[in-house]
Design a protein around this ligand. Structure first.
Ligand SMILES: O=C(O)c1ccccc1NCC(=O)[C@H](O)[C@H](O)COP(=O)(O)O
Length: 268
């Protein structure tokens, strides 16, 4: 069993418990009553040519399977506000409980504190999670190509769009990029972290960049430890980067964000 398989097994168990507490029809009703989603494509598009720098999706990440505990985030809302002040274009909140110590409560706290588009970062394996994300005010959900078959990928993306949201469709290989393009993904991420082995290979983004179509929002995910890495992603044409660990471990996330955006301008 890979790490991804193990995470998904836990996600399914937790999902069954939430669905027993709030059945799908009620979650659909709640999603329909939520305020309209913000346009995450508009927030992220054009980052590869923006004179002010690359777009940053800043992540609220307490723990990870690869590193264990990362940061004691006492006030996720305050971290979200710091990201907003630092110039983030969107905020991602991990909601997976068992391996990331995340929660929908964290998501709700940040949602109430900021006005940026927000990614509900979970391992999506059922339509229920998409309605649930919308009910909590999410603007973006994560669809990991490696975790879904073609029909699920198409149906989940369609539902996401029907609910007025967008999806970050995450790929790791040329084949997964092709599958994402086939379903008309608008925001396509290359995660340089292998979710089966947890190896991080930042050069992977540049190797796969040529496979990303011009018209999609291109996101380089994971592996940012320094401004130099941001320069490398920007030089390879990324519109946006998704950064977790480097921001939650940094004492001054606003400054880190500003440095990352400035570094991306130097790369052009
Ligand atoms: O972060 C992990 O260890 C991890 C393990 C297994 C599946 C997913 C994992 N992380 C999710 C992410 O993709 C990252 O949280 C995100 O891209 C930010 O990465 P980083 O900046 O390297 O924290």
């Amino acid at each position: 069993m890979t790490v991804l398989d193990d995470i998904i097994a836990g996600v399914r168990e937790d999902l069954a418990a939430r669905e027993a507490a709030v059945p799908l029809p009620e979650m659909i009703r709640r999603a329909a009553q939520a305020a309209p989603a913000r346009d995450a494509v508009a927030a992220l598009v054009g980052g590869r040519a923006d004179p002010e720098g690359i777009r940053v999706i800043s992540e609220v990440k307490r723990s990870s399977p690869s590193k264990g505990a990362l940061a004691d985030i006492a006030e996720p809302a305050e971290l979200g506000r710091a990201y907003e002040r630092g110039g983030a274009s969107a905020v991602s909140v991990l909601t997976e409980r068992r391996r990331f110590n995340g929660s929908l409560a964290d998501f709700d706290a940040v949602r109430a504190a900021i006005d940026l588009p927000m990614l509900r970062k979970d391992f999506t394996v059922a339509e229920y999670q998409i309605h649930e994300a919308r009910a909590h005010g999410a603007d973006l959900v994560l669809l990991i190509v490696a975790a879904l078959d073609d029909a699920q990928l198409r149906d989940f993306l369609q539902l996401t769009h029907e609910l007025g949201m967008n999806a970050l469709v995450e790929a790791h290989t040329p084949e997964e990029i092709a599958r994402a393009v086939d379903v008309d993904a608008r925001i396509l991420g290359v995660n340089v972290r292998n979710l089966k082995t947890l190896d991080v290979d930042p050069d992977r983004y540049a190797r796969l960049a040529a496979d990303l179509p011009e018209h999609v929002v291109r996101v380089a995910e994971s592996g940012v430890e320094s401004a130099a890495q941001v320069e490398q992603y920007a030089a390879a044409g990324a519109d946006a980067i998704l950064v977790g660990e480097a921001l939650v471990r940094h004492g001054a996330p606003e400054q880190a964000l500003q440095q990352f955006r400035a570094a991306s301008v130097r790369a052009r």
